[in-house]
Design a protein around this ligand. Structure first.
Ligand SMILES: [Zn+2]
Ligand SMILES: [Zn+2]
Length: 173
């Protein structure tokens, strides 16, 4: 996601509005493959303070990841504030601790800053719906689609667990 800052260089110190959109495709998050399902957009403004580009705005994306319980592909709409500074790359060696974003010429690559901001807004556990019943830990059946017989079998193997669940049901009433 590249920002052309020619206007900002011509008018140093004044805000320049910018609107960008780009399709990103697949990525990785939390050890799993995710997908940017719609173009990622950034809307905001920037200005040049000396040689530093100061950027502010909002990034939006629809991210497809897997439901934490049933693994079904699930879309999450993510909206993130981006407030970053990009220093002009002087070509000098940078220390490894220096993690400032850099740019060179008339182009600022916003990809890393926008991607990081968006992924930070992802919920730690994505659910396809609040009451997703997930997969049976024993046979893998998607319990949203149909029940499996594991529960009944388990109760038959261990009559006390059946009794316990009966007691629990009584308690709930
Ligand atoms: Zn689910
Ligand atoms: Zn099962």
């Amino acid at each position: 996601m590249k920002l052309d800052i020619t206007k900002g260089i011509q008018r140093k110190g004044s805000q320049v509005a910018c609107d960008l959109a780009e399709s990103w495709g697949e990525d990785r998050w939390n050890g799993d493959v995710i997908r940017f399902a719609s173009p990622v957009t950034f809307s905001g403004s920037y200005l040049l303070a000396d040689e530093t580009v100061v950027l502010r705005g909002v990034a939006r994306a629809q991210i497809e990841s897997r439901c934490a319980r049933c693994l079904r592909p699930t879309l999450t709409t993510v909206c993130a504030e981006v407030d970053e500074a990009f220093e002009r790359d002087t070509g000098e060696a940078r220390s490894p601790e220096d993690d400032a974003y850099v740019y060179s010429g008339h182009t600022v690559d916003l990809t890393d800053a926008v991607r990081t901001a968006l992924l930070l807004e992802m919920p730690s556990r994505v659910l396809c719906r609040e009451d997703c019943r997930g997969l049976c830990p024993r046979c893998g059946q998607d319990l949203n689609v149909a029940d499996c017989s594991c529960r009944r079998e388990r109760d038959r193997e261990n009559p006390f667990s059946a009794l316990a669940s009966l007691l629990n049901e009584d308690e709930e009433v």
